[in-house]
Write a protein that binds this ligand. Structure first.
Ligand code: HPA
Length: 267
């Protein structure tokens, strides 16, 4: 039995993983909860990590063949809710605009801008009895962000605190002019999956934060071709993320209490 004084309680945490982690838990037993929105991207697997049992769901599917704009974000989050998950650690790869950061590094963004379109972005679709206009002023759970950053510090893994994650539609990467515009908008990182994931997690009253793996300089900003950056840096970023998570799931529990929050996401 795990010691309840350390780490998140069993079942409380899920890793919602992206590129580079699809095969991470492929041999573990899994469950495919029925949801009102259909099936999740893959079976939700239970894995032992840093001494804790946590849930693991690859958002692009086991074969990494579901593109960002086709992911059933509602089913993924609803499946985690069925499993009584309270804290969602979202792993995602991003490109970077901010000059002092680069491929191979980690970041825990503090804000986001949503540029996606045509995705089912809410559990409120007119068919449910209730409707809640969630307060999304702070899109990420600050207690969970702090837990991740504390774990990074304790594991001696450099990890940038804050920055604006611009969520683009994909699956193509951006043009150089689009990156210039995103920079003028205040973006630091560019990825394709944090929305509507973060908002649906908030609607379902789960704590959600991103651990972003920086894998390339944004289009037009690096010396190399983007895919060269990605190939050269994904392993380094992934290794750092694994070290951080070993610490996160090992360290003293300051686990956030998920459901007990007001409409603003504050508690
Ligand atoms: N843009 C959008 N999404 C990404 C990038 C990028 O440069 N790198 C990794 N995911």
């Amino acid at each position: 039995m795990p010691d309840p004084a350390y780490g998140p309680a069993p079942g409380q945490f899920a890793i919602l993983a992206g590129s580079g982690f699809s095969d991470f838990a492929s041999l573990s037993p899994g469950r495919v909860p029925v949801t009102a929105y259909g099936a999740p991207s893959a079976a939700v697997r239970e894995v032992e990590f840093g001494g804790r049992r946590i849930w693991f769901l690859p958002r692009h599917g086991d074969r990494h063949d579901i593109p960002p704009h086709r992911i059933n974000y509602r089913a993924n989050l609803a499946a985690l809710k069925v499993l009584k998950v309270r804290n969602v650690l979202a792993l995602n790869t991003v490109g970077v605009i901010t000059p002092h950061l680069g491929p191979g590094q980690l970041a825990v963004p503090g804000q986001l801008i949503d540029y996606t379109y045509g995705r089912d972005h809410s559990i409120y679709d007119g068919s449910s009895a209730s409707l809640d206009h969630i307060d999304f002023t702070e899109p990420f759970s600050e207690p969970l962000r702090r837990q991740i950053l504390d774990a990074a510090r304790a594991a001696d893994v450099p990890c940038h605190d804050g920055g604006v994650y611009a969520v683009t539609q994909g699956p193509r990467l951006e043009t150089a002019a689009e990156i210039d515009r995103l920079e003028r908008d205040g973006a630091d990182f560019i990825g394709m999956t944090a929305m509507p994931e973060a908002a649906i997690a908030r609607e379902l009253q789960m704590d959600y934060a991103c651990l972003s793996l920086i894998v390339n300089f944004a289009a037009g900003r690096g010396a190399n071709a983007i895919h060269e950056d990605i190939e050269g840096s994904l392993l380094e970023a992934k290794t750092c993320a694994l070290r951080l998570m070993q610490q996160l799931f090992h360290g003293p529990s300051r686990g956030t209490d998920g459901g007990r929050r007001d409409r603003s996401g504050r508690r």
